[in-house]
Write a new protein. Structure first.
Lengths: 96, 456
């Protein structure tokens, strides 16, 4: 059985850009441990020499022209969606 | 339940007004998150004046609230997108509007389509159309309920691992998840890009074929779309059908098995050959799915950071804004899936989980291919149980995931699959059966289902 520690949960939260509250960590630790434990059954399968499947309809390299297409959407309409913007730029808090 | 043809050639304004009145009268089911009344009435008047024409002119419909639409919000049933108003419409919506159909509002779902009961909605669960103490299923629970409640003749849904088929079964309506790539996903909130599909829920198979015919086809804005292969057709003779025996074990509810068996007998009476077949990979499909799909979710949901759109949490640094916006904007199930995805993709675990699952996926596909060399269609239950009580599976994510065990195999292989109403349980709950075909045989599934309607 795979063990998932509290610090594992905190590490995963960091990788996932999630700022979890203290009371979320315990239940998530138990859930993740059970779910990852459930995955162990795949160990029963012999997958030696089997190619992985990433795409199911055999499509490869669907090309398009290297040209800008705005899909008919104005820059201003997209900027309006941002919680904060100034001088045609999206505004964010300080980075560091 | 009404049919699409009931809405054609009559006043579009009346159609829309009646559908909106029915939606308001059914508010207690919590199936509809928002109505786009002003835009719908405006379009209805254009239809009535002959300025918009088409094969669905004046027919009202509802879209799951993960389709971007104009004239209102698109929330994905999340707090993060609570006030989000899309600047564009999904290709599927655009194609239906081009044929004169009128979107009257948006249906409830599990937030970001993560779930099998619509209980993960930030706006509360949708109640089952037949029994309000039970779930509507999910994640397209609202879409199934609005068809079952006869608010609209069709509703759009998305199906990544069963999210159209299972709620269709729970509410007694038809639901089709097409071949992967049949309908453009442009303008639809992405969940797991290697299995996400768009389909429709209706009262009957014929109407599902009408809507699929309009929505299907290649779209430069979704590079995974296939050429427009979908053409509705009548059933061309008797078929060879395989019953997946691993889906008919004692673990499956007795009423569900009996209903499936009764449908099989009706198929035999109609002249089809039905034999038991084995899909030994069925038992592994759920583990494969809950590795592959969260991996894709963790990547696809990276875009929700509170910067370019959606709700931004107050914090002093950029990193804290990301973390807090995501913590406040996502439901627990969203966080669970994102973190599982981060886990199976992280270095040291990638080969053991993600790569192993993608190899096992190949084994599942190989087994399907071998069966389709001898059989036209496969049959199995849609879910192991009829609709369960609200809250019954809430405490145990794995118990909830097990509801998907019958539907995830077709998703992982990109196969078309439908849920058709087949009967009811001893306490009156709807039960559907699932028909699965090889890629591009979507029209065959609908033709077979239509040929069996009225035989129940």
């Amino acid at each position: 059985m795979t063990q998932i520690s509290k610090s594992d949960v905190q590490h995963l939260a960091q990788l996932s850009n999630l700022q979890l509250s203290e009371d979320e960590i315990g239940p998530l630790q138990a859930d993740l441990e059970n779910i990852v434990g459930y995955f162990q059954q795949l160990d029963e399968l012999d997958t030696a020499g089997i190619e992985p499947t990433y795409q199911v309809t055999a499509l490869e390299n669907v090309w398009r022209k290297d040209a800008v297409d705005t899909y008919g959407i104005d820059k201003s309409a997209l900027l309006e969606l941002a919680p904060s913007s100034e001088a045609e730029q999206i505004k964010v808090p300080k980075v560091l | 339940m009404s049919r699409i043809s009931d809405f054609i050639g009559v006043s579009a304004r009346m159609n829309v007004e009646q559908a909106i009145a029915k939606a308001r009268a059914s508010e207690s089911f919590n199936a509809v998150l928002s109505l786009t009344e002003a835009r719908a009435l405006e379009r209805a008047d254009l239809v009535d004046r002959g300025e918009i024409t088409g094969s669905l002119a004046g027919v009202p419909f509802i879209a799951k609230d993960n389709f971007l639409t104009l004239g209102g919000t698109t929330t994905a049933a999340s707090k993060l997108l609570e006030n989000f108003e899309a600047p564009l419409q999904a290709t599927a919506i655009e194609k239906l509007e081009a044929e004169g159909a009128i979107c009257i509002g948006k249906a409830n779902l599990d937030a970001f389509a993560h779930g099998g009961s619509t209980e993960n909605s930030a706006y509360g669960p949708t109640k089952n159309a037949v029994d309000t103490e039970r779930v509507a299923g999910g994640s397209s629970g609202g879409s199934a309920a609005v068809v079952a409640l006869d608010i609209v003749p069709f509703a759009l849904g998305t199906d990544t691992g069963g999210s159209i088929r299972q709620p269709a079964s729970f509410n007694g309506v038809v639901g089709i998840k097409p071949t992967y790539g049949t309908v453009s996903r442009y303008g639809v909130v992405a969940m797991a890009s290697s299995t996400d599909t768009i389909g429709v829920l209706t009262s009957n198979a014929h109407d599902a074929a009408l809507v699929m015919d309009i929505m299907s086809g290649q779209d430069a804005k979704d590079m995974t779309t296939l050429d427009d292969f979908f053409t509705p057709a009548a059933l061309d003779g008797v078929k060879k059908i395989g019953v997946i025996k691993e889906a008919m074990t004692d673990d499956v509810d007795a009423d569900v098995r009996a209903t499936t068996q009764a449908y099989i007998e009706k198929l035999r009476s109609a002249g089809h050959t039905v034999e038991e077949v084995s899909l030994s990979m069925l038992k592994y499909a759920l583990a494969i799915y809950y590795i592959v799909v969260p991996a894709e979710i963790s990547s696809n949901l990276g875009r929700y950071d509170g910067i370019r759109y959606g709700k931004r949490a107050e914090a002093s640094t950029l990193t804290e804004v990301y973390g807090a916006s995501r913590d406040q904007g996502f439901m627990t199930e969203n966080k669970r899936r994102i973190m599982i995805g981060s886990y199976v993709l992280s270095s040291g675990y990638f080969d053991a989980y993600y790569l192993k699952a993608q190899k096992a996926r190949t084994l599942l596909i190989n087994e399907f291919n071998a069966l389709f060399a001898s059989y036209d269609v496969l049959i199995a239950p849609v879910a192991p149980t009829p609709a369960f009580k609200i809250g019954a599976n809430a405490a145990d994510p794995i118990k909830m995931y097990l509801e998907d065990i019958m539907t995830v195999p077709a998703s992982l292989a990109g196969l078309p699959a439908i849920s058709v109403p087949a009967g009811v349980s001893h306490d009156g709950l709807p039960i559907g059966v699932q028909l699965i075909a090889q890629q591009r045989d979507d029209a065959l599934l609908l033709a077979l289902a239509e040929s069996m309607e009225g035989n129940n």
